[in-house]
Design a protein. Structure first.
Length: 510
């Protein structure tokens, strides 16, 4: 690990002023299931965000989060101004448990208004953390909700109207691990050892450490159209991330936390891995693969077997972006909004194989069945058209430029609780758009009329829609009703979201 990366790792792990390294593991307990839980362990050998287990108070698990400014030295000698949660950049991994009630106390020390959205969780609209749940500078937002979804990897990030892209780029983001005590499958679960979150992001850093969202700077119109991209790759907030993994089976929780870049992930040596989960938790069956494609906001859990490697072997994870360039960008305009990295292969993480395994686990042969939704269950069908004309991005020909009643009718839906709908999502533009739907896990019915592959057939909350593609989704709208507060759906290229490529829906009484 280079000096800059080591400094960043120590910051993430919680270095006290006297120079004592605090353990990143904050007492996970023994109640987590193997299909989504995490086990307590000594300080991890791999650089990961600290694990926050919360504090059980009166039967409610309390998490105290402070949004604050800081700095990180990614360019030697030039600190970059950043935002973070309980630290300088990014935030702790929050450990939720299905069936528990969670209380978030989010204090805002940034000096500007923001929000904190729980991406991938099913929860009441008042707890969603979207643009309607703002946290003023100096204020604290308190919300409680029940954790209802099974084991999964979710994440949190701001959702401030017109400022989401900047706030995430500055560093406000973190992973949520949901554990489930229900019977499932046994997977690697020692956090920071054989259960590793990898938050993948890119940044464009100038020689003085500044970037287009640094104070006093602003992105260009091209950056807004294309979505902000950069040539400096960060994983868990570290450049050229390197860490030791056991000589055995390791679970990687992959999160595309970038504003706009997609990643075609695989190993440089061509080894296979087994994907066991997507956005909404376990797949219906394990998938052996050499690649997994993640657009902004998407997650995947993969199992990598380092058991056949000699101790000391190094294995690199890379993005083979050039393999999917022509699929994600179309025509001259598509070429104009892409960059060099979109056409090539670049490394992200180096794994160094340790001397011994932590467990003797092998990839599961089967996974619990998932009930597939069918088109005939839909009580209505909605057409969702994603488009770009010049610098304008739209959904159904409209842009969401403010909150409340002024949202265009084309992107403002009232949906009775219990309804099952089919959303036919068409991309009429020249570049990919990842569509994220708040509060709902959906299933992909088909892609251009073809049933999805197994890795895309599980529950999802974000779906990549390529240029010219039609993706049909099945959604069930249940849960808490609220006629006053809506949920969002939007492109997860965050600059597009800020420019109005976003709509909203209310879940109302039938």
């Amino acid at each position: 690990m280079d000096v800059t990366s080591r400094r960043r790792f120590l910051q993430m792990s919680g270095v006290a002023g006297a120079g004592v390294l605090a353990s990143p593991i904050l007492g996970c307990g023994d109640d987590a299931a193997g299909d989504g839980g995490v086990d307590a362990a000594p300080a991890p050998a791999f650089p990961v965000p600290p694990l926050d287990d919360g504090e059980l108070v009166g039967g409610v698990r309390l998490f105290r989060l402070r949004l604050q400014s800081g700095s990180v030295e990614w360019v030697a000698g030039f600190p970059t101004a950043t935002y973070g949660v309980n630290g300088a950049f990014l935030g702790p991994t929050l450990h939720f448990r299905r069936g528990e009630r969670v209380r978030l106390e989010v204090s805002n020390a940034l000096g500007e208004t923001t929000t904190l959205h729980s991406h991938g969780l099913q929860l009441p609209a008042a707890s969603d953390g979207g643009p309607y749940q703002t946290i003023a500078a100096g204020a604290t937002w308190v919300t409680e909700f029940d954790v209802v979804q099974p084991a999964m990897t979710a994440w949190y990030h701001p959702h401030q109207m017109d400022a989401t892209a900047r706030h995430v780029y500055m560093g406000l983001a973190g992973v949520i691990l949901v554990a489930d005590d229900a019977p499932g499958v046994e997977l690697p679960s020692t956090y920071g050892v054989d259960d590793l979150p990898l938050v993948i992001q890119d940044r464009r850093l100038a020689a003085d450490g500044t970037h287009p969202y640094s104070p006093g700077r602003a992105p260009s119109m091209h950056d807004l159209m294309a979505g902000m991209r950069g040539e400096t790759m960060l994983v868990n907030g570290v450049r050229q991330l390197r860490g030791v993994v056991p000589r055995g089976l390791v679970r990687l929780r992959l999160l595309n936390g970038s504003n706009a870049r997609a990643y075609q992930l695989g190993f440089v040596d061509g080894r296979t891995f087994v994907q066991v989960a997507g956005d909404g938790g376990l797949l219906a069956a394990p998938v052996t693969a050499t690649r997994v494609l993640l657009s902004p906001g998407e997650r995947a859990e993969v199992l990598v077997d380092f058991g056949g490697d000699v101790a000391g072997t190094t294995v690199a994870l890379a993005s083979f972006s050039g393999e999917v360039f022509s699929r994600l960008y179309a025509g001259t305009m598509g070429g104009n909004v892409s960059d060099t990295l979109d056409r090539t292969t670049f490394e992200l993480v180096t794994f160094e194989v340790g001397a011994a395994p932590v467990t003797s686990l092998t990839p599961p042969a089967t996974l619990p069945a998932i009930e597939r939704m069918t088109a005939d269950q839909a009580v209505r069908t909605r057409s969702i058209v994603l488009d770009m004309t010049g610098p304008s991005v739209t959904i159904n020909g409209a842009r969401m430029t403010s909150l409340g009643a002024s949202v265009p009718a084309a992107i403002n839906f009232q949906i009775p609780s219990g309804s099952v709908e089919r959303w036919d999502v068409t991309n009429n533009s020249f570049m990919m758009h990842p569509l994220h739907i708040h509060n709902r896990h959906f299933q992909i019915l088909d892609i251009d009329g073809v049933p999805p592959p197994v890795e895309l057939a599980g529950w999802k909350d974000t779906v990549l829609v390529a240029p010219g593609q039609i993706v049909r989704l099945m959604l069930r709208f249940d849960g808490t009703t609220d006629a006053a507060l809506p949920y969002m759906f939007h492109c997860h290229i965050l600059e597009h979201e800020d420019m109005g490529m976003m709509g909203q829906f209310y879940i109302v009484e039938p």
